[in-house]
Design a binder for this molecule. Structure first.
Ligand SMILES: [Zn+2]
Length: 432
């Protein structure tokens, strides 16, 4: 089964054009208030998906500040602006279809949407960040008219080869204007893309333009409450510009005349929200009780106040000290430790915590695009999973912790030589 560990590397595939400079540096990307509160300062880090070739090991690497701020006005958690080379998103080697758990998640979502919104011939479905067509393929056999929007040329080409019509562009108002000349959409999907969008208001305005009068937009993104409660600071990296609570995302959507009428919590990425969104004027869909219920729980956690955001930095420091203590303790007991997976989030974790090959001999990844390369910053080598059986490590630290059950199940043979699995978060520990 190919590359499931690559799931959370599903980044950099959509978004509006990252080469465009933000007009208001130092200000909130939603409400433009000046940014002065720090959520998490993770020092400096290379771009999380810039895996190194053997030849590149002789070259210096670029490190960028990695600091998440929270807006004192709208409470949007966001990365501060930094000068980004235009090439960040241009070479992108992640294909959604490499991830088995993500494929299953998508298949179920497609079936749910077909049934709930009665989609069939005559319906029009558009996906933003459609990648290799992993989701839209499920609508083809129902006769639904489909269109993907995907800026990564190589990924879009794979979708086209599969018969998924794909527009190769960054999405925003401009693209929406062109698309609605044809017709508006009954359903717009935007899965794991909102966090990656630098021009947030332009992207959401595009959704409002693209959506038919009674259309539904389905948005999924990691839930900030889960990030805070699960201490998942490793999901902060340069390609994730924004981190959303329901509280703040509702304001962002309302600003473009959109209303959340239903919300579900889904397990992807350590805990995500799936929002069902309609035009404010579309009263045919009443707002479900789930929306008020989740808003209430966020309020109880204080997410509509600054306090929990300002105390997160201290939590992150504690996680770092605990991970180092854990790994150093194992090494001093003579144990060998390797990693599992080379996800973007693993690079934030290892760079921030200062874990190099002195602690982690190597890591393995299912994706052939990563094997034979080195993790950025820490320069830990990436091997194929077969290396586990050849070298028989004592401890395998799972970097894509969101896939831990799948990984432990598929590599149960590690126990044959007494090997153990471990996770770094919410605190470093051996599992089972
Ligand atoms: Zn703001």
């Amino acid at each position: 089964m190919p590359g499931m560990a690559a799931q959370d590397a599903r980044v950099g595939t959509a978004r509006s054009n990252p080469g465009v400079a933000h007009p208001s540096r130092g200000r909130c990307r939603f409400c433009c208030a000046p940014l002065s509160h720090v959520f998490a300062d993770l020092g400096v880090s290379p771009l999380a998906n810039s895996y190194l070739t053997a030849e590149a090991l002789g070259e210096p690497e670029l490190f960028y500040p990695l600091r998440a701020l929270v807006c004192g006005e709208c409470l949007l958690v966001q990365l501060e602006e930094y000068e980004s080379p235009a090439g960040i998103f241009s070479e992108y080697a992640y294909f959604s279809s490499y991830s088995s758990s993500w494929m299953e998640h998508s298949r179920r979502l497609a079936e749910l949407a077909i049934a709930r919104f009665d989609l069939g011939p005559g319906s029009r479905v558009v996906e933003l960040a459609s990648n290799d067509g992993y989701l839209l393929q499920h609508f083809v056999r129902r006769g639904v008219s489909i269109l993907g929007v995907e800026p990564a040329v190589n990924v879009a080409r794979v979708a086209e080869e599969r018969g998924i019509p794909t527009v190769v562009e960054f999405f925003g108002r401009d693209t929406a204007t062109k698309l609605v000349a044809d017709s508006r959409a009954d359903v717009v999907f935007a899965l794991n893309v909102l966090a990656h969008v630098p021009e947030l208001n332009d992207f959401v305005a595009g959704i409002a333009m693209l959506l038919g009068p009674e259309g539904v937009a389905v948005l999924e993104f990691p839930h900030l409450q889960r990030l805070i409660e699960g201490r998942l600071f490793d999901t902060i990296y340069h390609e994730h510009f924004s981190y959303f609570s329901l509280h703040t995302v509702r304001r962002i959507l309302a600003h473009q005349g959109l209303t959340v009428f239903d919300v579900e919590e889904v397990p992807t990425q350590g805990g995500s929200l799936r929002l069902y969104v309609r035009h404010e004027a579309d009263v045919s869909k009443p707002v479900d009780a789930s929306v008020g219920e989740l808003a209430r729980r966020e309020s109880e956690a204080g997410l509509d106040t600054l306090e929990p955001y300002l105390s997160f930095g201290a939590v992150v420091g504690g996680v770092k000290r605990r991970l180092l203590e854990f790994l150093i303790g194992l090494r001093q007991d003579g144990k060998s430790i390797v990693g599992y997976g080379a996800p973007a989030k693993g690079n934030t974790l290892l760079n921030y915590c200062g874990v190099s090959a002195a602690l982690l001999d190597y890591t393995v990844d299912m994706s052939p695009h990563k094997q034979g390369r080195y993790l950025p910053g820490t320069r830990i080598p990436i091997e194929e999973p077969g290396a586990l059986a050849w070298t028989r490590p004592d401890v395998v630290l799972i970097l894509p912790w969101n896939l831990r059950e799948e990984i432990v199940r598929q590599h149960a043979y590690v126990r044959e030589w007494g090997g153990r699995f471990a996770v770094p978060l919410p605190h470093a520990t051996l599992i089972e």
